[in-house]
Design a protein around this ligand. Structure first.
Ligand SMILES: [Zn+2]
Length: 355
C-alpha cells in the first residue's frame, strides 16, 4: 500500500493529502463502510492525491457515497468541488453555515486572497463550486449514514470557525476533530491551538472542546495530523493551549504592542512548550508546524476577537447606562444567519436522508 495511506482499523484509512507538497501535515480519512465516506478533502491541488489513494483502496468513481468536511477552510474543503466532480454519486455534507460558500466560493476565495496574496494558489489552490443540489447542510447535530447500521454523528463545534463540526463514528467511537481541538504534530507529540481570524471566539472554542470531551470518544483523529488515543489528556491540553495563547496575546495587547511585536512576544513566551522548536529538533518540523498553526494567524485571530469583544463591551456599557442594559444585551448577541444555499437539503436526521 502507498505510503500516503495508513490503515487505522475498522475500515478507517488515513490519507496524507500532501498539502502544498508537505508530507504529514493535512489528512483526509476514508471510512470504507457499506456507504463509503470521505472525511475532509484537503486542498484543491490535493484532489488527485486523494483520488489515487481512494483508487488504491478500491473506491471507484461511482462508489463514494458521501464527503463530509469539518469546516470550509481551504485545507479541509478546498478540494470539495474537484472531488464532487470526480465522484458524481457523492453528496457533500457540511454545516449549514458553510453550505452556501461551497455552492458559491467567490466570497470565501476573495477573503483568502486578501490574507495569502500570491501564495494562495501554491498553498491552497482554488475551491471549485459544488452543485447546490448535492450539498447536505447539517444543523447543530446531524447524522451521516455509513451503511450497515454504522453512522457518523455530527456535533456543531464553533470557536475555530463558525461553520465547524466534529464527527463521531458510531462503530469505533472515533472523533474527527477538524481544527476545534487545535493541531497535533505526531513527530513530536506537540499540540498547538488554531485561533485564526475572523471567527475565533474564546468561550465557544472552549465549549466545543468540552463538548468533545463529554462525547467520550475512544480516539481523536486530527486533520492536522493523525490519530491520538490519550483522549482526555489531549483535550485538556487543547483547552490549556487556547487559554494560554489568549492570555499571552492579551498581555501583549495590554502592553500596547502592534501585531508584529505581539506575535514575537507570544512566540518567545510559548516556544519552550513545543519540542518542534527545541534546539535538537529538525528545523523542517518548525516549518511544518507553522504552516498549519501559524504564529501570526493565531495571534491576529485572538487580537481580532479581543477588539470585537471590547467594542461590544463598550457599546454595552454605554447603552446600559442609558437603558439599563437592554441594548447592551442585543449588541452582545450573535446574529442568527442562515447560510444554507437555495436547493440544499435540510440536515439529515436518523441516517435516512442520505439514502
Ligand atoms: Zn486546518
Amino acid at each position: 500500500m502507498d505510503e500516503d495511506i495508513t490503515p487505522l482499523g475498522h475500515e478507517v484509512f488515513q490519507i496524507d493529502t500532501r498539502m502544498a507538497g508537505y508530507d504529514g501535515i493535512t489528512a483526509a480519512y476514508l471510512i470504507r463502510s457499506d456507504r463509503p465516506c470521505l472525511v475532509e478533502t484537503g486542498t484543491a491541488p490535493s484532489a488527485p492525491v486523494v483520488r489515487d489513494a481512494l483508487a488504491q483502496l478500491g473506491i471507484a468513481a461511482g462508489d463514494l457515497a458521501t464527503v463530509v468536511v469539518t469546516h470550509i477552510h481551504l485545507d479541509h474543503a478546498g478540494g470539495a468541488g474537484d472531488i464532487a466532480a470526480l465522484y458524481p454519486g457523492a453528496q457533500i455534507v457540511v454545516h449549514q453555515r458553510g453550505a452556501r460558500h461551497l455552492a458559491d466560493p467567490s466570497r470565501l476565495m476573495a477573503g483568502a486572497r486578501l490574507v495569502y496574496g500570491n501564495a494562495l494558489e501554491h498553498f491552497f489552490g482554488v475551491l471549485a463550486p459544488v452543485p447546490a443540489d448535492r450539498i447536505v447542510a447539517l444543523e447543530d447535530t446531524g447524522t451521516v449514514d455509513l451503511g450497515g447500521g454504522r453512522r457518523l454523528d455530527s456535533y456543531y463545534s464553533p470557536g475555530h470557525a463558525k461553520h465547524h463540526v466534529g464527527l463521531v463514528d458510531s462503530d469505533t467511537g472515533d472523533l474527527y476533530t477538524g481544527d476545534a481541538a487545535g493541531v497535533y504534530l505526531p513527530d513530536t507529540g506537540d499540540l498547538r491551538p488554531a485561533t485564526p481570524p475572523p471567527d475565533f471566539d474564546l468561550e465557544t472554542a472552549l465549549a466545543s472542546v468540552a463538548r468533545f470531551a463529554a462525547l467520550r470518544p475512544t480516539r481523536l483523529l486530527f486533520s492536522h495530523y493523525g490519530p491520538v488515543t490519550e483522549v482526555a489528556q489531549t483535550l485538556d491540553r487543547s483547552a490549556e493551549e487556547i487559554r494560554l495563547w489568549v492570555e499571552e496575546t492579551r498581555r501583549a495587547r495590554a502592553a500596547g504592542l502592534d501585531l508584529d511585536h505581539a506575535v514575537a512576544m507570544v512566540v518567545e513566551r510559548t516556544r519552550a512548550r513545543y519540542a518542534a522548536f527545541g534546539p535538537d529538533a529538525d528545523p523542517a518540523l518548525a516549518v511544518k508546524f507553522d504552516r498549519i498553526s501559524g504564529d501570526a494567524s493565531n495571534v491576529s485571530g485572538i487580537m481580532h476577537w479581543l477588539d470585537k469583544t471590547e467594542a461590544q463591551d463598550q457599546v454595552g456599557q454605554l447603552c446600559g447606562l442609558r437603558r439599563r442594559g437592554q441594548l447592551g444585551l442585543e449588541t452582545g448577541r450573535q446574529q442568527q444567519v442562515t447560510d444554507r444555499p437555495p436547493g440544499a437539503r435540510r440536515g439529515i436526521v436518523g441516517g435516512k436522508a442520505l439514502g
